[in-house]
Design a protein around this ligand. Sequence first.
Ligand code: FES
Length: 164
Amino acid sequence: MPETEVAAAELPEEVAGAIDELRRHYPTAEALLLPALHFAQKHWGGWLPEEAILAVAAELDLAPAKVLGVVTFYDLFHQSPIGRHRVRVCTNLSCALRGGQEILESVKRHLGVGENEVSADGRCSVAEFECLGACEQAPMMMVDDEYHPRLTPQSAAEILEGLD
Ligand code: FES
């Protein structure tokens, strides 16, 4: 993240207040970073633009690169907008051997999106995932918190059609 191109946003009062509230429960700024990012992500509508990452870094007096490292490490933080439903398709080895890449491509085609994009109706965002931890049921897809095992392109499409 080029620190010089994007200015830190003013951290909204509700986020700064929530972080302040937690300061006495966490011994270090590093420990407070995860909840702080959660508050910020919620405020920014489910994702963290660069200005939000810089604002959290400034609030906690941490290096922006360190905060960015945490944001990119954890799958629960997003650097681009996400849809109402988050679709993750596994393409790791077990799933790849059973057509995971084909599932991913068919899901993207069905929704008319590319990797990490949101469908035009705002319903779904799609991401390729390393391993969903259910390799014996490959190929796997996860929609929000729900696992969908042993997929075919057809069954994946039906699952997507059933989403609100
Ligand atoms: S390889 Fe796909 S769930 Fe593990």
